[in-house]
Structure formats: structure tokens, C-alpha cells
Ligand binder design. Structure first.
Ligand code: NAD
Length: 336
């Protein structure tokens, strides 16, 4: 099958080419560096499948262009599908596939890396020591043992985070619209969202971005949290209202923020902009806080995860070619 792969980075090329080779060189992969959007959709012309990533735009106008060019499948090489207009895809007869689980551990472990780094100020200590400053003032942390962590979304990643934090001796609370018995078995306790927000020393987000979860963490939610709370978001940027976050940081109500995602990340992340002036003033303000640690959507970025993502993506495409259905379809019903 002809596949147009958008937002290609060298590592995508390497892992997808390997997976395709392992599948007997089943597909013709056309690697394209640009992000998919209205201006670039024409590059997929003639490709029966389009392979897209988190910040590619797959709204109705883009899907219409893809459909007109002969695209029958959108194979997302990620778990989230908030960037696809699923209703439009269905109307246009374009199937959508994703990689539901590649390495929840990769994202969970990065989440814990943010928690540990922020708590013990590793990001500041690293810079200080390199400058010959060995003073400890300002680096004070707290023991995780006995602290309460609230996990919003106890799916694959949330459960992994829970398992790790139980190991640290934390009290683990969870909020989810569906209860998973495994969460309780490993020592987690389900409560409602308001209670979770008011009881947690750390709040970490692992639910998908949907109309219901958009700006889940807003000014009201922040007001309900413990003073000094640590907020971690490795889910999707728009789960958090960034301006409310900044207000909470300025007032001192929020103690720490760790972000791997940002609501306007599509103009920033995955590119080297080190020679440019950042035009996003909200993001630039976030960078000024010493108690904020941001990574550029790298939580998934392990060799194990990339191998699994590439394998499942090629599998989705092969299965679609054989049967007309990908192995892991995404449908509009999944938003309900
Ligand atoms: P998952 O589907 O296994 O789990 C999501 C959980 O959220 C489910 O249990 C679901 O019931 C719950 N949920 C849905 N709506 C909710 C709501 N309104 N309130 C509370 N809970 C709700 O997904 P996952 O594999 O654990 O991934 C979670 C999210 O992490 C993805 O949707 C994606 O956006 C994000 N993610 C980020 C990265 C990264 O690199 N930063 C990588 C992979 C996934």
C-alpha cells in the first residue's frame, strides 16, 4: 500500500522502515517532513494510507482533501486521537487507526521522572553544580512516602503510574469515568474528582482530551487543590488551562508544575527553535518559573515504545489492506 508519512523525523523513518522490512517490505512508505494540514494535504495524493502524528491536523477540510486524493486510511502513530474529526472521517469513508498501547511504562516513567525532578529540584541542582554553586538553599524537597497522589484517568498509563507510586509508599487516589478493578487491587482508591483535587499533594493527568476533559484543570479546579500542590500533565496540553496555571504559580498556590504537553505545542514542539525568538508569550512566561519543568512531548520517546509504535502502525496498515479494517480502529463512539 502507498503510505504518506507526515511529520517524519529521522527516528520515525528508522523505526517505520525497520517494521516495514520485518513485514516483508509490504508497503511503499513516502516519508514527508511537513506537518499534515490544509497546505500540505496534497502531498498525500495517490497514497491510500496516511500515517500521522499528534500535532498533524485532521479536521474536516483536510480529510476532504485526503479523501479526494484517494486516501482510505489514516493510521495514527500515537494513542490519542483528539486531532481527528472522526465524524467527518466516517462520512468520507476514511478509516482511522491508532496505536492504543505501545509502552504505557514509557509515559508513566517519564511522569515519575518529572515528579522526582521537580520535588528534588534536579533541574536547578544540575545547573548550579555546573556553575560551581553547591549551596542547597532553594533545593528543599519532601519525602514521597506518605504523600497523596491523585491520578485522573486510570487507564493503561494511569495504572502504571499508580503501580510505581504505590512502590514509593504514596497514598494513591484515582478518578475515572470507568473503574478498573486492577487499580483497586494494586492499592489505589477511587474517589470523585473534587475530593481527589482537594486531597492530593500531586495531581497527574492521564485521561484523553475530549470535549468533557478540555480545560479540566482550570481556575476553579486549582482553587480546590491543596496549597503547594504539584500538577503534572503528560496527557494532552488542553487538559489544562495554561493561563489559570500561570495565575496559580504567580500567587504561590501551585508549588510545582511538570508538563510534557502544552495546549499550543503544535507551533513549538518537535522542532529545534533554539535560534529563534519564541513568539508564544504564555509559554515564555511558563519558562520563567523555577518550579516549572517542561519537556517537549517526549514521554513516549523510548526505543521500546518506538519499536512497538512502528510495528503496530505497519500492522494496522497491513490488516486494512487485507480486510478493509485496521487492527486498532478508532471510531466516533469512542468519544462518548
Ligand atoms: P487509556 O485509554 O488506556 O486510558 C484513559 C483513561 O481515561 C480511561 O480509563 C478512561 O476511562 C479515562 N477517561 C476518559 N474520559 C475521562 C474523564 N472525563 N475523566 C476521567 N477519566 C476519563 O489511555 P492511555 O494509554 O492511558 O493514555 C492516556 C492519554 O495519555 C492519551 O489519551 C494521550 O492523550 C496521552 N499520551 C501522552 C503521551 C506522551 O508522550 N506525552 C503518550 C501516550 C499517550
Amino acid at each position: 500500500m502507498k503510505v504518506a508519512v507526515f511529520s517524519t523525523k529521522p527516528y520515525d523513518r528508522e523505526f517505520l522502515a525497520q517494521a516495514n522490512l520485518a513485514a516483508g517490505d509490504a508497503h511503499q512508505l513516502r516519508f514527508l517532513e511537513p506537518r499534515l494540514g490544509i497546505e500540505t494535504a496534497a502531498l498525500a495524493h495517490d497514497a491510500a494510507a496516511v500515517c500521522a502524528f499528534v500535532n498533524d491536523v485532521l479536521d474536516r477540510p483536510v480529510l476532504e482533501l485526503l479523501g479526494a486524493g484517494g486516501t482510505k486510511l489514516v493510521a495514527l502513530r500515537c494513542a490519542g486521537f483528539n486531532n481527528v474529526d472522526l465524524a467527518a472521517a466516517r462520512e468520507l469513508g476514511i478509516a482511522v487507526a491508532r496505536v492504543p498501547a505501545y509502552s504505557p511504562e514509557a509515559v508513566a516513567e517519564h511522569t515519575v521522572a518529572l515528579i522526582l525532578s521537580l520535588n528534588r529540584n534536579i533541574h536547578r541542582a544540575y545547573a548550579r553544580v555546573r556553575e560551581g554553586n553547591f549551596a542547597l538553599d532553594g533545593l528543599l524537597g519532601f519525602d514521597l512516602k506518605g504523600r497523596t497522589i491523585g491520578i485522573v484517568g486510570t487507564g493503561r498509563i494511569g495504572i502504571c503510574v499508580a503501580r510505581i507510586m504505590v512502590g514509593f509508599g504514596c497514598r494513591v487516589l484515582g478518578f475515572d469515568i470507568r473503574h478498573d478493578p486492577e487499580f483497586t487491587q494494586i492499592g489505589g482508591c477511587y474517589i470523585d474528582l473534587d475530593e481527589l483535587l482537594s486531597a492530593s499533594d500531586i495531581v497527574t493527568l492521564h485521561c484523553p482530551l475530549t470535549p468533557q476533559t478540555h480545560h479540566l484543570i482550570n481556575a476553579k479546579a486549582i482553587d480546590a487543590m491543596k496549597p503547594g500542590v504539584m500538577i503534572i500533565n503528560t496527557g494532552r496540553g488542553a487538559l489544562v488551562e495554561t493561563r489559570a496555571l500561570i495565575k496559580g504559580l504567580k500567587s504561590g498556590r501551585i508549588g510545582h508544575v511538570g508538563l510534557d504537553v502544552y495546549e499550543e505545542e503544535s507551533d513549538l514542539f518537535f522542532e529545534d527553535l533554539s535560534e529563534q525568538i519564541i513568539q508564544d508569550d504564555v509559554f515564555a512566561r511558563l519558562l520563567t518559573f523555577p518550579n516549572v519543568l517542561i519537556t517537549g512531548h517526549q514521554a513516549f520517546f523510548t526505543s521500546d515504545a518506538l519499536t512497538a509504535i512502528a510495528g503496530t502502525t505497519i500492522g494496522n496498515i497491513s490488516q486494512f489492506e487485507r480486510t478493509g479494517q485496521p487492527t486498532h480502529p478508532v471510531s466516533v463512539e469512542m468519544l462518548a
